[in-house]
Every structure is written in C-alpha cells, then in structure tokens.
Design a binder for this molecule. Structure first.
Ligand code: SF4
Ligand code: SF4
Ligand code: SF4
Length: 323
C-alpha cells in the first residue's frame, strides 16, 4: 500500500492539485515514525512510510495546515476521518484546503506492548505472517502480532471512512465493537472500588500534557490549563485533587466532541487508560440523549449543543445513579 500512496501523492503534486502532503516520516528505528509534511517527490521517496507503526492520527495537524495557503493531501485511516469531520464541523479545519485519501486502518502496533514483555534494546520489528520478529541488540525475539496491537485498535469502532475524496483499498463497515465492555465493568464496581481504580491510574500522571496536545478535540487557541488565572495552569499536580481535576475538566471539555480516536491513551507515557474516562462520557451521552457518534458527519447537532423538550432531567440521572 505504501507504494500506491507514494505514487498517488506524486501524481497529485505533479498535477498541481495539492502543493504538499501530510503523512508519516520514517523514524530512526522501524517503530518510531512521526507525522510530517512532504513537499516534493524526492522527499516522499526518501522518507514517506505507512506500515504497522503509523498509528498517529493526522487530523489535528490540519488545523494549522489549513490556515496556510494552498491545498494539502492527507492520508486518513477510518478512525482519523471521524476526527477530521468533527474538526470540519467545529470550523477548525477548512475542508476546501484538504484532499483526503482514505486508506485502510490497522490494526496498528504499539511498541510499548512489546517492551512490556521485557524486550529491550529493540532495533527493528518485522511482521512475518502475523508473528513479530523483533531484532534487538541481544538477539531476535518473537511474539504474536495481535498481542502487540495498540489499545485503540483492540476495540476499533469502524473500518468505514466517513469522509474522503478518493480511497486506496476497500472501504469497510462500522463495527459492532466491544468498546464499552470495560466501562460497564467500572460502572458495576462500588463507588469506592471505582475511586480506587481511578486514583491508582491518575496518580501515575506526570502532567506532561501529551494527552491534551495530541487530542483532536483540544484545539482551543488558549487552553484553560495555560491560563495563569485558572489556578490549574501547566504544572505538575500538587496533590490528588489537582490530578483528578485535570482529567475531569478535560473530559468534560471534550464531552460530545470526543470521537474515541484513542490518541490520548496511545501517547500517555504512563499508560493511563484515558479512553475509559472518555468512553464513559460517550456511553452516558448515548443513554441519556440517544446514540450519537461524534464526527460521523458534519451536519448533525451534538446532543450537548442542542436543547430538546424531551431531554433528560437531572433527576433522571440521580435516579439512575441510585439504582
Ligand atoms: S499523557 Fe498521561 S502522563 Fe501525560 S498528562 Fe496525560 S495522563 Fe498525564
Ligand atoms: S479525548 Fe482521547 S479519544 Fe477523545 S478525541 Fe481526544 S484524544 Fe481522541
Ligand atoms: S483542555 Fe479544554 S481548554 Fe484545554 S484545549 Fe482541551 S478543550 Fe480546550
């Protein structure tokens, strides 16, 4: 697929349809590719990559890219197209300045899952018929491909692209995902068990802000966490209250706009399962206001932005909580 992508990108550049391309650039190792903008066929040949480690969602980068002149080609996986649509809906991406090519999704790999096996000094990872051959400075290790897939791909919600100008490969379907299973388990805990679960996770937070920085729903010009008057500006949390508040405030800020892209959990250096917090909000919105998928299209009003006479009342939430 990588060859087909490079070939099509070169054609679109040569025809003047786009003047640059956003994709992934080869890293120093086979597993640390990064998002990058390419402006020539030569750059594409030298360093463009699309493989098992190109997980990063490119949509958020288009907020800044579409402020610039010209048109950019973006390669988007199915999950990324939801973020893209949501940002178009919020007027953060100028749709006319992007040529979207939909590409098949993962599952993509997470190098941290390989390291969690105690495999260190990793030089190269190869996928041979869904067995990973991991070359390290100590020799070659192996593990099954599916035991190293990223958390977001474990419960993929859709293989269908919700927006594209053209596709490379086949389009897929919306999946009957298991993404709310763990949320239900948390809901079935006692409040003390649930509190203990989240404290044990959130206490690991080093407040690096990677989750906020990567999140396509966090595109505020001036984030509340950078406002010195807020009392919660960028800094290591002083106590457990501040640790909790950072995450609760951020989850409320993205409620109804979070597409469940999984980027926050993917980048967290402490492996905090942030997606569970956001999925709890998604699940609650579904049950209180009707099933809603942020980013599915650019037209539907989000439940939290719309008032209906039959909207739930606070008392209903209270009754449900008391069950
Ligand atoms: S990415 Fe992880 S460690 Fe960093 S601020 Fe977010 S939750 Fe905390
Ligand atoms: S909160 Fe996490 S899952 Fe939701 S949009 Fe942001 S990065 Fe994606
Ligand atoms: S945390 Fe809130 S204020 Fe900060 S960027 Fe995200 S949505 Fe905006």
């Amino acid at each position: 697929m990588q060859e087909a992508m490079i070939k099509r990108a070169k054609e679109l550049l040569a025809d003047g349809i786009v003047d640059r391309v956003i994709g992934w650039k080869k890293g120093e190792f086979s597993y640390d590719h990064t998002p990058a903008v390419f402006t020539s066929a030569q750059e594409l040949d030298e360093s463009f990559v699309c493989d098992d480690f190109t997980s990063a969602n490119l949509s958020k980068y288009l907020v800044k890219e579409t402020i610039r002149e010209g048109k950019i080609l973006a390669f988007l996986k199915p999950c990324d197209t939801y973020s893209f649509n949501q940002l178009v809906k919020e007027h953060r991406i100028d749709r006319d300045k992007v040529y979207v090519i939909g590409i098949p999704g993962g599952p993509k790999l997470d190098i941290e899952k390989i390291r969690a096996r105690g495999i260190t000094g990793i030089l190269n990872v190869r996928n041979e018929n869904y067995t990973l051959k991991i070359e390290t400075i100590y020799g070659v290790s192996e593990m099954p491909f599916y035991e190293a897939i990223s958390v977001k791909c474990e419960s993929c919600k859709s293989k269908k692209h919700v927006v594209y100008d053209e596709l490379i490969g086949e389009d897929g379907e919306v999946l009957d995902s298991n993404r709310f299973d763990m949320v239900e388990k948390l809901e079935n805990m006692t409040s003390q068990e649930r509190y203990d679960f989240w404290r044990s996770e959130l206490s690991k937070c080093i407040r690096c802000n990677a989750c906020r920085t990567v999140c396509p729903a966090c595109t505020c010009e001036k984030c509340v966490f950078e406002n010195p008057d807020s009392g919660i500006e960028n800094k290591a949390a002083a106590d457990s209250f501040e640790e909790n508040m950072f995450h609760i405030i951020r989850a409320f800020h993205v409620a109804g706009r979070c597409t469940d892209c999984g980027e926050c959990s993917r980048v967290c250096p402490e492996n905090i399962p942030l997606h569970l917090l956001n999925r709890k909000f998604i699940k609650d919105i579904n049950s209180l206001y009707g099933t809603y998928q942020a980013g599915e299209n650019t037209t539907d009003k989000a439940p939290l932005n719309e008032y209906k006479m039959d909207d739930c009342e606070a008392s209903i939430v209270h009754e449900r909580g008391a069950e």
